[in-house]
Design a protein around this ligand. Sequence first.
Ligand SMILES: [Fe+2]
Length: 338
Amino acid sequence: MPDVPSTVDEAAAYAARREALLRGSHRALIERFRKQPIELRQFAGPAAYVDRVAHLRIAHLTDLHFGRVTPERVQREAVRVTNAQAPDLVVITGDFVCHSQLYLDQLVDVLSGLDAPVIGVLGNHDYWSGADEVLRALRRADVEVLRNQSTTITLRGEPLQIVGLDDAYTGHADRDKALKGVRRNAPVLALSHIAEEADALWYHGVPLVLAGHTHAGQVTLARLHEIAIGKLAGHRYVHGLYGDRGPMHVDPRGALYVGAGIGAAVMPLRLGERGRREVALFELGLRLGSIAEHHEEQPALPGRKPPKKLVEKRKIAVLEKAKRREKKKNGGIILPGG
Ligand SMILES: [Fe+2]
């Protein structure tokens, strides 16, 4: 950078060079974040699965956010990292897309590359972008989506019940419906985009809930993520392991894992070890303490439940967005029932 400019022309040239430098370093910074490796984190348990299932490896991915902000290269790397661990099942806890339907073909192409069976639930971004279209794409990619329902999948000859809660952020979760027919005396695992749903699921005998949505706050330096996601957004659970994996579940009665996710919705910025893109492995059937783990169960933050009115407003916002999309498709005319 030159000395302090003394003329108007020099000042203008100085400002232009400075801006170009800043733009360049900003681009370089973004590029660096995009190239960050995907973390692999591994956990055992909970104890409730020991003696009930043979060793099953569940790979948990979340918040892929297929779209402009998350490069296809990152999505393909997530699939490569997952396949390399040879999981018995892959679960994805919502926000498959970012803000539009423009990347659905990419989603189908990339997710079709997962070797294991895939089960997922929707997130708020899927609703905002068009749940029906996202569901159609997921069907093409052979991803089974659970919308307030459960399924039993047989892995290594053993049945595992999977409960899928629809997105609670936009008011689509119905716990009673999701748990209908789920047997307490058989192993069960639950998926929910919003982690706070875990508390109630534990009381219905679900020992492990996998969730997403928070992206671990993306910036986890100086515990900024807990301030942003915990205090400001009112989440009790920000990233990683919470609850209790047993064997003596009293209160809390189960465990929860909030994945840091793969993609981003606005900025790809991910700072701090906890905020990195992540694939988490849960080794069901393994005893606690039998493998090295990234961290232990953490205490929940105080949190703040969103008022019912706000959730209702979010639900209406999803319908409004769908109407606007339909109107755009029909050249500005809203058709009857549209
Ligand atoms: Fe989300």
